[in-house]
Design a protein. Sequence first.
Length: 142
Amino acid sequence: MRFSLSGVSVRIGSAPIVAYRGLTVEDGERVGHVGPNGSGKTSLLCTICRPLDPFAGLVELSGDDVRTLGQREAARSAALVAQDSTLDFDFTVEDIVAMGSGPWLQAFESTAGSGDAPITAALERVRLADHRTCRPSTPVRW
């Protein structure tokens, strides 16, 4: 998946949060986005993944304007798991990864018949396979 930003600005209410002249990240490329607290890092990610709409400019995922993508199509291209999120349920890491299957399923379809191969592959890709049964309250040592 390739994404690009062109002249993007994000506002919450009337307050400007983020302004980007341009950025392109090619498929397979890794990019770090650093800055002090409150500098708009999460707002930018939310703009790429669609919880926030850009006030101006263009955000593209694989060449498509994110504002023209349906929710399912956008979710298949990009997702965001916030660093600080509160879970009121006792999910395991495996449970949380399985929730990412939703955009790929048809209405009322279950992941039960597909086995855990996609989940295992995702966990291995991010080196978390050994932590699949951990719960958010479980400390994870790297």
